[in-house]
Design a protein around this ligand. Structure first.
Ligand code: KIV
Length: 264
């Protein structure tokens, strides 16, 4: 088994091999994704919406991400584990940013962290985290932690000025030392241009096929996703619903438990 590292992640791009990344928030999901040879597992702050029932990622804390990263790192043996730095965990001071990122690595078992936003906004935190030897993945486009600045979950990078800015921001993240970036919900042509102009991999979500890889929220491929870019690869939501109603009916009719489910 060859482990995926931040270095091999970059080599994949150089060889023209597409990178696959999915979120996971718990041990069994991490085991399954790892066995399926997913290259990278993101312990995303999307856990807030996919699992915790919040309507944004903003209430997610470092302790929440740490809790889920620990579960994932016990399950994944091959995949690169990237832990999201939640809202306000890298905005207050460089010192606090390093401490928070360090916890996700040292206590959580992540191999890298992901931060949202351009260098012109988070540059000091980014430099401090990288200086501590922690690999960082950037995230541009629809960065959900800025949802209120965007006025909702809206496609970004529309119009010439916004496109030039996003391209410059992507280059700045590469120059700062990020090993990869996520491009979320931007026009396909812009995502292709950005991917082609970087030597680090650009991983798209709702950004078209021209990216160097794709990332999706696990729940979105299992039937929970409502986003336009989400594709249901297997309808686990329906399957779980069916299993639960069969259980209800088996219990109410006395079919379950049968003799073999009990003890003498
Ligand atoms: O939190 C998350 O899952 C993410 C992905 C949507 C890229 O940031």
């Amino acid at each position: 088994m060859t482990k995926v590292t931040t270095v091999s992640f970059r080599d994949r791009k150089a060889r023209g091999e597409k990178i696959s990344m999915l979120t996971a928030y718990d041990y069994p999901s991490a085991c399954i994704l790892d066995e399926a040879q997913v290259d990278a597992i993101l312990v995303g702050d999307s856990v807030g919406m996919a699992v915790m029932g919040y309507d944004s990622t903003l209430p997610v804390t470092v302790d929440d991400i740490l809790h889920h990263t620990r579960m994932v790192s016990r399950g994944a043996k091959r995949a690169l584990i990237v832990a999201d730095m939640p809202f306000l965990s890298y905005h207050v001071s460089p010192e606090e940013s390093v401490r928070n990122a360090g916890r996700l690595i040292a206590e959580g078992g992540a191999h890298a962290v992901k931060v949202e936003g351009p260098v012109r906004r988070i540059g000091k935190a980014l430099d401090a985290i990288l200086a501590a030897g922690i690999p960082v993945m950037g995230h541009l486009g629809l960065t959900p932690q800025a949802v209120h600045q965007f006025g909702g979950f809206k496609v970004q990078g529309k119009g010439a000025e916004a496109q030039e800015q996003l391209l410059a921001d992507a280059r700045a993240l590469e120059d700062a030392g990020c090993f990869g970036i996520v491009l979320e919900c931007i026009p396909r042509s812009l995502a292709s241009t950005v991917s082609e102009s970087l030597t680090i991999p650009a991983i798209g979500i709702g950004a078209g096929a021209g990216c160097d890889g794709q990332v999706l929220v696990l729940h979105d491929i299992l039937g929970w996703g409502k986003a336009r870019f989400a594709h249901t690869f297997f309808d686990a939501r329906a399957a779980i619903g069916q299993a639960a109603s069969e259980f209800v009916s088996a219990v109410s009719t006395g079919v379950y438990p049968a003799e073999e489910h009990g003890y003498e």
